[in-house]
Design a protein around this ligand. Structure first.
Ligand code: WAQ
Ligand code: MG
Length: 269
């Protein structure tokens, strides 16, 4: 893709002031029409009709996107929420996130991350040692923006994920987001599960261990979900973190590896 004519497109939809869906794309100018209409179709096809859909387009001008290879995908076969969360916690611990920070993150995600008990549009930012929340706006959270797959990258990852039995667009999108986020300065690890009541999967992502995916991290029917970005308090600097997450365009140009771990106990050995 020539970098000259690239645009960042962001969509977010809300109903009764609540966030219901969002998406991020980086595309060449000639695909603006098709992309915008696709994103609006997506916003309208959510269970509840949105009151507001905001689509934002920004030319990337002459800023060439940073290119990253996607995180490796590790699929852990856990049978239920309890074992999923237990395994997710062990992985976060091994990455240096404290027990307290893990527990606080999971409690927030279960309750609804914003102070009013709703889902946020963005993510929580948690001190990986204390679990303190560092984001300024706790209703909105921090949103990663300006990232997408390149055409080649998207083809490659779609093939790889499909071969592994992962056909939902959410997996591909979450992997792109997690790859951008993992490269943020001061970032240790991300914990995520969807806010969609029918989508129980989630992941722990980090540069060190890749995108570790769990088929279940919450119970079906639960509409609470979100993202926790754990950061290293020794090096974390909010301004640099936000500049990277919100403004630096990132294209994921290459898939990583993808493997399945059938016995999660063997993951660490
Ligand atoms: N930046 C930061 N946080 C975000 C962003 C963003 N760009 N987009 C969404 N969030 C937060 C927000 O609080 C949402 O409520 C929450 O994440 C969940 O978003 O198969 O579908 O779009 O491997 O519901 C993970 C597993 C699915 C995918 C994640 O997230 C898989 C998912 P959702
Ligand atoms: Mg959602």
């Amino acid at each position: 893709m020539p970098s000259k004519h690239l645009y960042s497109i962001r969509m977010r939809a809300s109903a009764r002031e609540r966030h219901i869906s969002g998406a991020e794309r980086i595309i060449p100018e000639e695909r603006i029409d098709a992309t915008v209409s696709g994103l609006i179709t997506r916003a309208l096809s959510k269970g509840c009709a949105p009151d507001t859909i905001v689509v934002t387009l920004d030319s990337l001008k002459d800023v060439a996107p940073i290119q990253h290879r996607a995180l490796d995908v590790v699929m852990l076969s856990v049978p239920d929420v309890r074992s999923g969360r237990e395994m997710a916690s062990r992985i976060l611990q091994s990455l240096g996130v404290s027990d307290m920070a893990i527990e606080l993150a999971m409690t927030h995600l279960d309750r609804g991350v914003s102070p009013s008990g709703n889902n946020m549009r963005g993510a929580m930012v948690l001190d990986a040692s204390t679990g303190d929340r560092l984001e300024q706006d706790r209703e909105r959270g921090v949103r990663a923006s300006r990232f997408d797959w390149s055409d080649d990258g998207e083809k490659e990852i779609t093939r790889l994920l499909t071969d592994a039995g992962l056909t939902h667009f959410r997996t591909r999108e979450a992997l792109a987001l997690a790859t951008k986020v993992a490269h943020a300065p001061g970032m240790v690890a991300e914990l995520c599960w969807s806010d969609d009541p029918d989508y129980t999967a989630g992941y722990v992502a980090s540069l060190a261990m890749g995108y570790v995916r769990f088929p279940v991290l919450k119970h079906r029917g639960n509409g609470k979900g979100g993202r926790a970005f754990f950061v290293d308090p020794d090096v974390f600097e909010m301004e640099a973190f936000l500049t990277y997450l919100q403004t630096r365009p990132v294209l994921i140009t290459e898939a990583g590896q993808c493997r399945q771990v059938l016995d999660p106990k063997k993951f660490f050995t």
